[in-house]
Design a protein around this ligand. Structure first.
Ligand code: ATP
Ligand code: MG
Length: 417
């Protein structure tokens, strides 16, 4: 049996890097007042169709949707924002405290063509803030990404930001874009010809070369912002600059989800080929209301965890494997019984101990101790046990000490304290 296409196992030798990222991210987010949230992987299809947008790639082509036995239409979550909004509304979290800051780690599912940096089950690190309209929170989120990547030792990343305007200024921009695209309609791909009718902003997001070419010189959202959106974007830029966060304004950045308003951004890398985005985010001030909640400004980002780890791998970053304090080598049945109890007793006292119950030879077990990177080995041989002792060996210095069996656990706890 094999994993299905686009799905993969992440094996223990790679997990330490994932854990390092999780620890750094949780530490940083929590120090800024974000709290972890966990939500289901399966939701009603309608939640994603309504929030992400019917004419987006995700909803049109990429979702894993099926009917369960009761004919309910369900979807494996392709992203987390919609579900977190659903939770915010369902539990009336706004009633106890309108400002809520969340973070989340977890798998997402999109049926895309698998390739390096693109999987059908992939992982995201998500952060979302509800109830804050101020531009400073936009900057805080971009700062957080920048700071996290710095702490992880990442280099070669650049932040691209844009403002997508609001329902006030979007229609005038949309019209200007339509006028521009109208003259170039023939050179657009079939998808974009359809997008023009349904959702012209999506054309800006098209990856087809002829469409990219046709878009050169297109009107920009930033030139069409209303005064409030313009002020908002100015504050974002100024406050990022003051914190030393590098970015560039990217007029072509619209992001692949319909719910964004005002600030949108992406963190890009040059080291993953075509899969250049390691994180993306944006403001979605209308979404909570559209999903049936009270009007609530909101904003968030998602980091592509798999891609982040791939960049770290390329940089040679290693996770930390916590070494064992002690590996017990039992030789003979009596020793094995003692080893089991010593291992439980020592672990109970916080000494990181493992042993082996296969009845293998001294040589085989020393090999295993080395593989496990144990700092010390306790050899419980038949002759030693007859003399009521075991031998403690420091694997670095090769120094050996006799430990009396009667006080073994207390003696070792003292040594490893
Ligand atoms: P892309 O343009 O690469 O398809 P996206 O805009 O669809 O990305 P988002 O929905 O913004 O991606 O998700 C945020 C992040 O999740 C992306 O920046 C990327 O790092 C990661 N991501 C998205 N889709 C995948 C995937 N299929 N496999 C691995 N990572 C992914
Ligand atoms: Mg995509």
């Amino acid at each position: 049996m094999q994993t299905i296409r686009g799905f993969r196992d992440i094996l223990p030798e790679h997990i330490t890097l994932w854990q390092k990222v999780e620890r750094e991210a949780a530490d940083l987010f929590e120090s800024f007042g974000y709290r972890e949230i966990r939500i289901p992987i399966l939701e009603k299809t309608e939640l994603f169709a309504r929030s992400i947008g019917e004419t987006t790639d995700i909803v049109e082509k990429e979702m894993y949707t099926f009917e369960d036995r009761k004919k309910d239409k369900l979807t494996l979550r392709p992203e987390a924002t919609a579900s977190i909004c659903r939770a915010y509304i369902q539990h009336k979290l706004y009633a106890s405290e309108p400002v809520q800051k969340f973070y989340l780690f977890g798998p997402m599912f999109r049926r895309e063509r698998p390739q390096k940096g693109r999987y059908r089950q992939f992982y995201q690190i998500d952060a979302e803030v509800f109830g804050v309209e101020s531009a400073y929170i936009d900057s805080e989120l971009i700062f957080l990404l920048n700071e996290l990547f710095k702490r992880l030792g990442l280099t070669g990343l650049s932040a691209h930001i844009n403002s997508l305007g609001c329902p006030e200024c979007r229609p005038a921009y949309q019209q200007a874009l339509l006028d521009f695209l109208g003259e170039r309609k023939e050179t657009l791909c079939t998808d974009c010809k359809r997008r023009i009718e349904k959702n012209p902003l999506r054309v800006l997001d098209c990856k087809v070369e002829t469409c990219r070419e046709a878009l050169k010189g297109a009107p920009t959202t930033v030139d069409h912002l209303c005064e409030a959106c313009d002020d908002h974007f100015k504050t974002v830029r100024a406050s990022l600059i003051r914190q030393g966060v590098d970015f560039k304004v990217d007029h072509a950045l619209v992001r692949g989800l319909d719910y964004y308003t005002r600030t949108a951004w992406e963190i890009q890398t040059t080291s993953l080929g075509a899969q250049s985005a390691v994180a993306g985010g944006g403001r979605y001030d209308r979404l909570v209301e559209e999903l049936g909640g009270p009007a609530t400004p909101a904003i968030g980002f998602a980091i592509g965890f798999d891609r982040l780890v791939e960049v770290m791998d390329q940089l040679g970053t290693k996770g930390e494997e916590k070494a064992l304090d002690l590996f017990i080598v039992p030789l003979g049945n009596a020793a094995m019984d003692l080893s089991y109890h010593w291992s439980c007793d020592l672990n109970r006292e916080g000494v990181r101990t493992d042993t082996d119950f296969r009845g293998k030879s001294m040589k085989a077990l020393m090999k295993r101790a080395n593989k496990l990177n144990a700092r010390y080995v306790l050899i419980a041989g038949e002759n030693e046990l007859k003399e009521n002792k075991a031998i403690l060996r420091n694997m670095d210095t090769k120094e050996q000490t006799d430990i009396p069996v009667d006080s073994l656990v207390t003696d070792l706890v003292n040594i490893f304290k």
